[in-house]
Design a protein. Structure first.
Length: 152
């Protein structure tokens, strides 16, 4: 009798582990599908007319830093997803520094199209953007010797 109970208990544990594994696979599949879908078909944060937000992208910002900035400003949902969207878009490597007025009713691709257009005036106010993850203001003259003192 004891052997039968041990066998039944072992089978129940195995079935429970299998059910748990299938459930986790299902949840992961939903997450992966949603994330993959959003790479190519992400929706805006708000409906029209949305809210205009000024964003300054300084020279030398990475796509990851731009994505984080747009997320902090409430223009996109996920800065990491923005990196993938930019990588797989026609705007890959073409985002320019400048001051942009973006809107919460724009998709990430519409924002990239604006930032990939002709070169705009680089921001003079470094307080508008923050340097990577440190939260400090960027030193514009530290990395780039160009750009200082060129304005009239």
């Amino acid at each position: 009798m004891k052997k039968i109970l041990i066998k039944v208990g072992t089978i129940l544990v195995k079935v429970a582990v299998m059910v748990f594994a299938v459930f986790m696979l299902y949840k992961f599949s939903l997450f992966a599908y949603d994330y993959g879908f959003r790479i190519f078909a992400d929706t805006p944060i708000d409906r029209e007319p949305g809210i205009d937000v000024n964003v300054a992208i300084v020279e030398g910002k990475t796509v990851k830093q731009i994505g984080k900035l747009l997320e902090e400003k409430g223009l996109i949902r996920d800065g990491r997803l923005f990196v993938l969207q930019e990588t797989f878009s026609e705007y890959s490597g073409r985002l320019n520094p400048g001051v942009y007025t973006l809107n919460t009713s724009q998709t990430p691709y519409e924002m990239m199209a604006i930032m990939a257009e002709e070169q705009q005036e680089v921001a003079d106010n470094p307080a508008v953007t923050k340097d990577d993850d440190s939260g400090e203001e960027p030193d514009e003259g530290e990395d780039e010797g160009e750009g200082e003192g060129e304005e009239e």
